[in-house]
Design a binder for this molecule. Structure first.
Ligand code: NAP
Length: 285
């Protein structure tokens, strides 16, 4: 199989390319410098040249707060870019795995969001990601998958887990919000899931992939401390109201992977197991 991975410098893309290298598949990974997915002519050229069996679109505008004051740029990357990829694949053949987010939901639920639950984004980022999902599904209904995920860590660049590991060495205590719940997800596990999906014969549609179980950011930080041999009691709980941000953070980001498993794909492992594997494998920051 031949893969084209966009957003090649990002967390997810980097882990996907790690797994594809040496897998026997061909992979062409393009960073934002190599391919700007908002450039229609460049997208057409890339798809026509590479002729991928599967495009993994890991490119996104992920600056959630900045999107509030720059929704046009966020929409170009999160809505127009995925549409251009889907349209090019409609012309040339090939499938699209497009990655989306818990931010398409309103964050007000108290049971895990399933694939068919009503969306209702409360942020500019969430609105643009939802629009991207819709564009992809409309342009390539039979050959696209939208895979929503949440709370991803473990690629290059800043992420919550690495930040907690660093702060453990720098501060006696850290305050972490305990009233937002989600599913911490190792980028490597997500990448492996997407590769499995890309190789499987699953009808096009929307799926969710997150590591299993749920946690607050406070739970996650405590587990990082515990796993590096530090006292989890040094992580103090606080609440969302104490950390005002331009984009409101969802209180509930727990996604159901019921449909993923029902499609015959491997059930994601528990988030604590994935975190332990990540910390065992990752060089200290
Ligand atoms: N991280 C999370 O917690 C999380 C949670 C839910 C869903 N997701 C979704 O998961 C996917 C992967 O996220 P991630 O964590 O890997 O994000 P990431 O580390 O921010 O990577 C995104 C990549 O997209 C690239 N990019 C930005 N604009 C581009 C453009 N116009 N053309 C091509 N590439 C462009 C960025 O390159 P530059 O750095 O050069 O701009 C960056 O390398 C995204 O769809 C995201 O919405 C992430």
């Amino acid at each position: 199989m031949r893969w084209l991975v966009t957003g090649g410098g990002g967390q997810l893309a980097t882990r996907a390319v790690d797994l594809l290298d040496g897998s026997g598949d061909d992979v062409v990974a393009l960073t934002s410098r190599d391919l700007d997915i908002t450039d229609a002519a460049a997208v057409e050229r890339a798809v026509a040249d590479v002729r991928p069996d599967v495009v993994l679109n890991a490119a996104a505008y992920t600056a959630v707060d900045a999107a509030e004051t720059d929704e046009a740029t966020a929409a170009a990357v999160n809505e127009d870019g995925p549409r251009l990829l889907a349209e090019a694949l409609a012309r040339h053949g090939g499938r699209l795995l497009h990655v989306s987010t818990d931010y398409v939901f309103d964050g007000a639920a108290d049971t895990p969001y399933d694939i068919g639950d009503p969306t209702g984004p409360r942020t500019a980022y969430g609105r643009t990601k939802l629009a991207g999902e819709q564009r992809v599904r409309a342009a390539l209904p039979d050959r696209s998958h939208v895979v929503r995920t949440a709370w991803v860590y473990g690629g290059p660049g800043a992420n919550f887990v690495d930040t907690m590991r660093r702060l453990e060495g720098e501060r006696e205590t850290v305050s972490v919000v305990a009233d937002q719940l989600g599913c911490p997800t190792w980028a490597r596990d997500l990448a492996a899931g997407l590769l499995e999906l890309g190789r499987a014969d699953v009808p096009g549609g929307v799926l969710h992939f997150v590591n299993a179980g749920q946690a607050s950011w406070h739970d996650l930080a405590r587990e990082v401390f515990r796993l590096v041999g530090a006292d989890p009691g040094r992580v103090e709980p606080t609440d969302t109201a104490s950390f005002p941000r331009p984009a409101p953070r969802p209180a509930w980001s727990v996604l159901s992977t019921r449909a993923w498993v029902a499609a015959g794909l491997t059930a994601p492992r528990p988030w604590r197991d994935a975190l332990a594997a990540y910390l065992a494998a990752a060089p200290a920051v």
